[in-house]
Write a new protein. Structure first.
Length: 262
């Protein structure tokens, strides 16, 4: 039998040095990705400053003739730059997501990089679709209902900070919920669910969608709740289609790797 010898001190020192170099190499790579994300955010915020007034005018449209008030000397300027930062995040979001995913999943092939870019664009598209739905349809109807509620006893007067916080919260919630098809596709790609399981679970999904619609709908009336449920049901069906494609791609990858698909 060949006698094994413990590693020498020089070999141990060389191994520790190599580990330290690898660790600092990852730190440098992380720093580079973070720097690119910060630059994208700064540039996005700088560009957004030219559109903040138009954005604010758009957000105030559902209020009709009612003008918000500023209850604090700095309230207006704080809201202005908060909107600029939020819009800057939206503009820089594709770059931020790409840099983040590139660090988490290094050494991507050309095909995988193309898939990553497509995924990032898909995330941005569905989020923008949710924001547009909230701003163009859900918020005008909701605010019309809320302004008329107890209008014979209460005069609706909103502060600019409170109003913008309410509007942006609804929009961000809607944008996040509209990512449902991509989430279902991701779960299918990981093998956690299949399109067939999602199709059979429509009854349970309907209950979950109803609860979710009740949570994100800013009014207690059934009409607005049903208005929110309608696109969520469409998104779920779209998620089933995407899950089918994702499951097919997963099975193909498993076959190529010599692993039996489930």
């Amino acid at each position: 039998m060949t006698e094994t010898h413990p590693p020498s001190n020089e070999e141990l020192r060389a191994e520790r040095k190599q580990r330290r170099m690898k660790f600092w190499s990852h730190i440098e790579e992380l720093r580079a990705h973070l720097l690119r994300m910060v630059i994208a955010l700064v540039l996005g915020t700088a560009v957004s400053l030219a559109f903040v007034n138009r954005l604010l005018e758009f957000l105030l449209l559902p209020m009709g003739d009612i003008r918000p008030v500023s209850l604090h000397p700095t309230e207006s300027i704080v809201v202005y730059f908060r909107l600029a930062l939020m819009l800057g995040v939206v503009i820089a979001l594709p770059v931020i997501l790409y840099q983040l995913l590139s660090f988490i999943v290094p050494g991507l092939t050309k095909k995988e990089r193309r898939m990553l870019i497509t995924s990032v664009l898909g995330i941005g598209f569905f989020f923008a679709l949710g924001v547009a739905f909230a701003g163009g349809l859900m918020l005008p109807l909701a605010l019309n209902y809320l302004q008329g509620f107890m209008s014979d006893l209460v005069q609706p007067t909103y502060s600019i900070d409170g109003y913008i916080s309410f509007v942006t919260t609804v929009m961000l919630s809607s944008g996040t919920v509209f990512e449902t098809p991509l989430l279902l596709a991701l779960l299918a790609r990981l093998g956690l669910v299949t399109a067939r399981q999602l199709s059979k679970g429509r009854r349970f999904a309907l209950v979950g969608i109803a609860v979710l619609a009740a949570v994100i709908t800013p009014t207690p009336d059934v009409f607005n709740m049903m208005l929110v449920m309608a696109p969520l049901l469409v998104l779920y069906e779209l998620g089933i289609v995407l899950a089918w494609f994702a499951g097919r791609a997963r099975n193909k990858a498993l076959v190529e790797a010599g692993v039996e698909s489930i």
